[in-house]
Design a protein around this ligand. Structure first.
Ligand code: SAH
Ligand code: SF4
Ligand code: F3S
Length: 554
């Protein structure tokens, strides 16, 4: 029974992929370990979205490479978006890497690992062919509008998911379900369409069934994942698999959203999917979705958010920029005005909805004036938070070929910090409006008194260089139930937080606002994890809302 160490970088898609890989390999008898030093197989599930994310993975690859050079027998595998983006170049430049597998080929990973293990244990050194070492989609997944067999295999991988402690995050009772893969939007800066391939929409029956089984396994919260979830649309009767099941299908072009949602029952829209899960799996107390695209977000979805009590009133809907000129260069397909109109419409239709997003600063040619328009957007709209990234030119994107990366890094850094300060003010305002209210909080973590800042080993486990936020910013229970470090650095001026000697339970509102309750002791804090409670908000700061304290009896 071989031991495997798997480290994940990047977004929630990668988190979910890692979970599927873990399930798949565990079924085959592999044993997962938390220490790379104990592992016979070391896998890095990588992210390519910014250069920094790749550098982090390269440094890990380097460390394992040194151990191999020193004579240790290790199978080193690079999986995920970097494998796909770099392709066989990575193997040439890092010969210590034994195998590579792109996100669209993960069903082939066990075979690749097996090949590598058998080669290493063979008496006579064998040399594997490139095919025996790599599984990459290349541009195959975009070749036609029909599905390649590979995507159906991938659907099988999702369907073979294990419904166990791991799939619901242990005590956290929170799970992720993919609704679409890939992306068809081609924002000029973004590698995702190249690394994840064409947008594929999973059959609604598969999604609902997966939610149901996760709920049966104990999940109280489910997050639906897709790059642009509001573009989910499944047309029934188009294709079935050999065994008569619905097949995944390629997503429609943007024109499909120009007209009103079809009345025909042949189509399942995102709004309908959301309502189906809400109604058919009522055990799920929190139904969330990320990421939304600020275009073609219909009132039908907003109505579901308003009317279905278990659907979270939370929209992660990245604006990316407040300047029309930059939005155009980014090929985002909407103007600032359209973005603002959408947010106003959401605020009007869905009481208490909370808005968050992502912003890129220092996109090529961004002037002070362009940047000021982004600043004013963050001042004007009630963003609960924004993840702010410095533009990073990515090989294989349109932007890197078309525009020089002409905003100096010092300017990017300054804009990043300026915007963070503005966002902090906006967050403070948004949070303050909640003081005095009673809200449902779903607790997911505990925070130990006086967090020490030198637990770097734990921090590496889930770092993701600023990709999908919702996963990064909170401490998490590992499968074993131990507490991970909280990467949120609570500001000293946070209410009552400086040098706190109390245990805290940390959770989120339906709108994804981060809340914390002081607890009388460790067990009172831990008891709350994985529960939904009505709590009163007593004070607030830019990072979190403070709840009334809890004790063991409460
Ligand atoms: N599908 C999502 C985003 C996925 S990538 C959407 O369209 O909103 C997550 C975030 O990374 C993006 O929202 C963007 O803000 C950021 N990002 C993507 N490519 C980047 C790049 N080349 N440089 C800096 N940030 C980038
Ligand atoms: Fe990237 Fe744009 Fe697709 Fe989001 S919508 S994944 S930013 S191409
Ligand atoms: Fe891939 Fe997610 Fe990173 S889709 S490039 S792992 S942000």
């Amino acid at each position: 029974m071989h031991s495997v160490f798997l480290e994940t970088f990047g977004c929630q898609m990668n988190e979910l992929d890692s979970e599927l890989v873990r399930g798949q390999l565990s079924t085959l008898g592999y044993r997962f370990v938390n220490d790379p030093a104990e592992a016979r197989v070391v896998l890095f599930n990588t992210c390519s979205v910014r250069e920094q994310a790749e550098q982090k993975a390269y440094s890990r690859i380097g460390i394992v490479g040194k151990r191999k050079a020193a004579g240790e027998t290790i199978v080193l595998g690079v999986i995920g978006c970097m494998a796909e983006r770099d392709g066989v170049d990575l193997l040439r430049r890092h010969p210590q890497v034994d195998l590579m597998c792109g996100p669209a080929e993960l069903d082939r990973l066990p075979q690749l690992i097996d090949n590598a293990l058998r080669t290493q244990s063979a008496e006579d050194a064998m040399v594997l062919s490139r095919e025996e070492r790599t599984a990459l989609a290349g541009n195959r997944s975009r070749r036609s509008s029909t599905l390649a067999a590979a995507e159906d295999n991938l659907e099988t991988l999702d369907l073979s998911r294990a419904f166990d402690e791991e799939s619901i995050g242990g005590l956290r009772r929170s799970a992720q379900v993919r609704i679409t893969r890939g992306c068809n939007k081609f924002c000029t800066y973004c590698v995702v369409p190249a690394t994840r391939g064409a947008e594929i929409h999973r059959p609604p029956d598969h999604i609902v069934e997966e939610c149901r089984r996760l709920a049966e396994a104990g999940a109280l919260e489910v997050t639906l994942l897709g790059q642009t979830v509001n573009h989910y649309r499944y047309e029934h009767g188009l294709a079935v698999t050999v065994d008569g099941r619905q097949a995944a299908q390629v997503g429609p072009g943007l024109t499909a959203f120009r007209s009103a949602p079809p009345a025909s029952s042949r189509v399942t829209t995102f709004a309908q999917l959301l309502r189906r899960i809400h109604d058919e799996v009522p055990q799920i107390l929190r139904l969330r979705f990320v990421t939304s695209y600020p275009r073609d977000f219909g009132d039908d979805v907003l109505a579901v958010m308003r009317d279905c009590p278990r659907v979270c009133k939370y929209l992660h809907i990245p604006a990316q920029s407040g300047s029309d000129r930059i939005l155009k260069l980014m090929n985002r397909g909407y103007s600032r005005g359209e973005y603002v109109d959408f947010v106003q419409r959401a605020l009007a239709l869905v009481p208490d909805v909370c808005i968050a997003g992502d912003i890129i600063v220092g996109f090529p040619t961004e002037t002070d004036d362009d940047f000021e328009q982004t600043c004013s957007l963050v001042r004007e709209l009630p963003f609960k938070n924004n993840f702010i990234f410095k533009y990073s030119p990515r090989p294989g994107t349109v932007a890197i070929d078309r525009f020089a990366d002409d905003v100096p890094d010092a300017v990017k850094r300054l804009r990043n910090n300026t915007l963070l300060a503005i966002q902090s003010e906006t967050s403070r305002r948004v949070h303050a409006a909640w003081i005095g209210r009673t809200v449902d909080v779903f607790f997911s973590d505990v925070r130990a008194p006086r967090i020490s800042h030198n637990q770097s080993k734990d921090e590496t486990t889930h770092t993701s260089a600023g990709t999908h936020a919702s996963l990064m910013e909170l401490p998490q229970f590992s499968a074993a139930g131990s507490v991970r470090v909280d990467p949120v650095r609570t500001e000293p001026n946070q209410p009552d937080d400086s040098g706190s000697t109390c245990w805290q339970a940390v959770g989120r509102t339906s709108g994804d606002l981060i809340c914390s309750a002081f607890a009388s002791d460790e067990s009172a804090a831990k008891k709350l994890v994985g529960t939904l409670k009505k709590m009163q908000i007593i004070s607030s700061g830019p990072l979190l809302l403070r709840l009334s304290a809890v004790s063991e009896e409460s």
